[in-house]
Design a protein around this ligand. Structure first.
Ligand code: ZN
Length: 127
């Protein structure tokens, strides 16, 4: 089993953004600006959730999971399935995971959470 560490929950920032829109301080178009690449990633590699989009309230948001880390080489910045993370967590010493929620209806997108995974060993350490 793998454990998440250095977890950063962006829920507060997310709620603040949603509140700004509902109160009219921000326009929906200011936040519903998902890059075409992100929308494509959500469509083909995203994972469906049971959470309704907070902006359009028409569709459920999709989670897109990115991995970053010096050890990852060509994998850095790639979209991964949650199921792939367990294997990566055994294979690499340390990498950071970013989960972005995306609405494929209105293009709302917001960072949901990020955390660090890995064995905790320095790069190149023998097992
Ligand atoms: Zn939406």
């Amino acid at each position: 089993m793998w454990s998440q560490r250095a977890v950063v929950d962006y829920g507060l920032a997310r709620r603040a953004t949603i509140q700004s829109i509902r109160s009219g301080h921000m326009e929906a178009r200011d936040v519903c600006d998902a890059h075409p690449y992100l929308l494509r990633a959500a469509r083909y590699h995203g994972e469906p959730t049971a959470r309704i989009c907070p902006i359009c309230e028409q569709r459920n948001v999709t989670n897109v999971t990115y991995v970053y880390g010096d050890e990852l080489g060509r994998l850095a910045g790639r979209v991964k399935a949650t199921a792939d993370l367990a294997e990566m967590a055994r294979e690499y010493g340390e990498f950071r995971v970013y989960v972005v929620e995306v609405c494929q209806g209105c293009s709302w997108n917001h960072l949901a959470v990020s955390f660090v995974l890995g064995t905790g060993d320095p790069p190149g350490a023998s097992v």
